[in-house]
Design a protein around this ligand. Structure first.
Ligand code: SF4
Length: 344
């Protein structure tokens, strides 16, 4: 029997969801009953904290009531997140839940992490006598943040298809798996009217905050670049980086080489990356300077549309009329400049 405190620390687990179900609480009770007002307030707090602090936040779990309110605040927060209907916000919220879980997970015994790995269908082996953990390379590649040098397969070594990882690595991999799972679940759900009605003021307040945040990002003049003229592919990759998504190397390469071609300085490029929730300046600077030729012998050219499609980073559904006429993201950007100049 899992302790109530554990369920409230990890409300995303099946056993936590089962606890809520078994107690037969209806959505209406959660929304209207004064008994659950604290859970409703905490649900909104989770969202605010995730957006502002990249962590849904810590609250007291000293009493049974504390734990129950914390546990119930999770489904409430998720339902509200869906009603905010903003992809950037949903990504930030999922990341805030995942980072919070990670901070708790690193302090748990390894056997607990192995149980959670099983729930996420991660192929992991734990050798208690030597305290060694191994993960199958397919799951490793799928979930590890391999954009960072220390996570690259080449720096890990593999034996019989398994990669040795530490307790902290496993917690980080679960963080990524959880983030991806929450993203997927939030994207598959529609807004519930009763939720919208109960939390309409908070929903509108958060929507306004997100809108202001977006405008601030767009309004910041970065070097000589105009964000509004960027082609859909570069816009998409930048948005994903800034929302803290696990952007593959090809995407990061495309963006950095593209911005370098626009003569943006390393510092200006770093500025665009710096709003990512897991931004690490030193590491990002190294990667940028490598691609731009500052610390390597080659200044790489940005890939053309055909290559972007091969890499799977041309968002075909977002291609506009100009895309259809161009064969390179840089030509798209230049054409947009010319278009504006001609209008003047
Ligand atoms: S067609 Fe080219 S410019 Fe347009 S989104 Fe795809 S890669 Fe980017």
């Amino acid at each position: 029997m899992v302790e109530l405190k554990t369920l409230s620390k990890y409300p995303f687990l099946n056993v936590s969801k089962d606890y809520v179900k078994e107690n037969g609480l209806s959505v209406n009770e959660l929304l209207d009953d004064p008994l659950y007002e604290r859970a409703r307030i905490t649900g909104v707090e989770r969202l605010d904290n995730a957006f502002k602090n990249r962590d849904v936040g810590n609250r007291s779990l000293a009493t049974e009531s504390d734990c129950i309110m914390e546990l119930l605040s999770y489904p409430i927060a998720r339902m509200i997140a869906v009603c905010i209907e903003d992809i950037y916000f949903k990504r930030r919220y999922a990341l805030g839940e995942a980072i919070h879980a990670y901070k708790n997970l690193v302090n748990e015994p390894t056997s607990f992490l192995i149980d959670i790995s099983n729930e996420f269908n991660l192929n992991v082996k734990y050798f208690e006598d030597t305290n060694k953990i191994k993960m199958h390379f397919v799951d490793y590649l799928h979930n590890a943040p391999t954009r960072y040098k220390e996570w690259k397969m080449i720096n890990r070594g593999m034996k019989d298809g398994y990669i040795q990882i530490t307790h902290k690595d496993l917690a980080r991999i679960i963080q990524e798996a959880l983030r991806a799972r929450i993203n997927k679940e939030l994207d598959s759900k529609g807004c519930n009217n009763a939720i919208y009605k109960t939390f309409s003021l908070d929903i509108q307040r958060i929507q306004n905050t997100v809108m202001i945040h977006r405008k601030n990002i767009e309004a910041v003049p970065i070097g000589k670049m105009d964000v509004k003229k960027l082609p859909p592919c570069i816009k998409d990759i930048l948005a994903a980086i800034q929302a803290g998504e696990n952007v593959p190397h090809a995407g990061r390469f495309a963006v950095v080489s593209f911005l370098n071609s626009l003569k943006l300085s390393t510092n200006d490029i770093l500025k665009l990356f710096s709003s990512a929730p897991d931004y690490q300046e030193e590491l990002t600077r190294y990667q940028v300077e490598h691609i731009t030729g500052k610390i390597s012998s080659t200044s790489y050219k940005p890939p053309g549309c055909e290559k972007m499609r091969t890499y799977g980073i041309c968002p075909v559904d977002k291609m506009d009329d100009l895309c259809k006429k161009k064969r390179h993201p840089l030509s798209y950007y230049k054409a947009k400049w010319r278009e504006e100049k001609d209008k003047k």
